[in-house]
Design a binder for this molecule. Structure first.
Ligand code: GRF
Length: 205
């Protein structure tokens, strides 16, 4: 008998291609999770439709409906915690989160960022990688800490930067790797293979 799938909540703000990659792995039986809910801060996020198409519960907590960031994050926390998730997955969630929220999910909230952190935290990573003349670029999955894009690194995927790359071609090459990397990192987490040692992630074989 297989183990009960781990409940996970996924937070999105947009397209949801990483969400789709996670759904696909889950549906293929390669990722022992149950997506309890997909929560978006944007009512028009295309990822919500992907979740619905997969029969997954969707919820919208629109930050514009709250008087303060604290009030928004309180509502978001209550929404997430109602599902008692083992893991909170940020998949293109485009709000900066406050310290209380981050502390509440410390060690059980992960993010994917389109660069080889610590290079290029923040926005416009592909344009910045091209401008810098970097020969390699990629994506990083990391635990979320109060430093933006600065938490302990779980896994990275490296791609070459080619001489005739544009932002679009480079972004597409990185995104393809993101879709392989994120489900794998989630699997490691729910299999209990990730440990923090002195703020560094150790992955059990
Ligand atoms: C991805 O590039 C991810 O690394 C970044 O936001 C983008 C989300 O894309 N955090 P999608 O919504 O998963 O398609």
């Amino acid at each position: 008998m297989s183990a009960t799938p781990a409940p996970v909540v996924v937070l999105i703000s947009g397209r949801g291609s990483n969400l789709q990659a996670i759904i696909d792995e889950m549906q293929a039986g390669r990722l022992p999770i149950r997506i309890a809910a997909v929560v978006s801060n944007k009512p028009a996020a295309a990822g919500l439709e992907r979740a619905r198409a997969a029969g997954i519960k969707t919820q919208v907590i629109d930050h514009r409906n709250f008087p303060s960031r604290t009030a928004f994050e309180q509502a978001l926390m209550e929404t997430i915690d109602a599902h008692a998730p083992q893991l909170v997955v940020l998949a293109g969630f485009m709000r900066i989160l406050g310290a209380d929220f981050i502390n509440h999910y410390r060690g059980r909230m992960i993010n994917i960022h389109p660069s080889l952190l610590p290079a290029f935290p923040g926005l416009d990573t592909h344009a910045r990688a091209l401008e810098s003349g970097a020969l390699e670029h990629g994506a990083t999955v990391h635990f979320v800490s109060d430093e933006v894009d600065g938490g302990p690194i779980i896994a990275q995927a490296v791609v070459p930067v080619l001489p005739d790359d544009t932002v679009e071609t480079l972004q597409a090459r990185v995104l393809k790797e993101e879709h392989r990397l994120y489900p794998r990192a989630i699997r490691w987490f729910v299999e209990g293979r990730l440990h923090l040692n002195d703020n560094q992630v150790v992955v059990d074989a």
